[in-house]
Design a protein around this ligand. Structure first.
Ligand code: ATP
Ligand code: MG
Length: 174
């Protein structure tokens, strides 16, 4: 088996980025791999993935945001602080070798809205992280991240039931 340690990016404006990362996590857990799923910009224990973690060994899902919408144009200092602490946690986890898969969910939004300085994040992700596969999700992935990644998938928004007036549903959208 080839070693883990690649960088994957799931981006684009269609639905399915976080869902894809969760699907990959499920597959990894099935093989006994240790997964850390860091959820930037949200903290909602009613999400299905949060509820599922009690049933999945080796699936550490850690919200590193708060249960408030982030105002990207005028971010609250608390949100910036939480994002920085989340990034520190990501760095520590990737360096530690304690995880086979680390998902940085919505990190691209954090970067797109300058909640973290871009260059240090890119430099860190560009370093080899042998043994730990890293997945970054979210809209507006920066070009440099796309260039350095080993796999990039873009979800295309062809249709979404939201535009028919169908709201967010338990187990499907959250
Ligand atoms: P999901 O978490 O469902 O995989 P995602 O990670 O691709 O979605 P995000 O940008 O993180 O998408 O947005 C999360 C929420 O917004 C989900 O409830 C999702 O259904 C909804 N959503 C995603 N894409 C669209 C879209 N193109 N139009 C309307 N709502 C969307
Ligand atoms: Mg998402």
């Amino acid at each position: 088996m080839s070693e883990l340690g690649l960088l994957q990016v799931y981006t684009g404006d269609g639905k399915g980025k976080t869902t894809a990362a969760l699907g990959l996590s499920l597959r990894a857990v099935g093989h006994g791999l240790r997964v850390l799923f860091l959820q930037f910009l949200k903290n909602d224990a009613t999400y299905g993935e949060c509820l599922a973690k009690a049933h999945l060994p080796n699936f550490d899902l850690v919200p590193v945001g708060r249960n408030e919408l982030v105002d990207f144009k005028h971010p609250d200092p608390i949100d910036i602080e939480l994002v920085r602490a989340g990034w520190d946690k990501a760095v520590e986890a990737i360096r530690s070798g304690n995880y086979d898969l680390v998902v940085l969910d919505e990190l691209t939004l954090v970067l797109a809205f300058d909640l973290l300085p871009l260059q240090p994040v890119l430099s860190f992700l560009a370093q080899p992280h042998r043994g730990t596969e890293v997945v970054v999700t979210g809209r507006y992935a920066p070009d440099e991240l796309i260039e350095m990644a080993d796999l990039v998938t873009e979800m295309t928004d062809i249709k979404h039931y939201f535009r028919k007036g169908i709201d967010s549903r338990d187990g499907i959208d959250h």
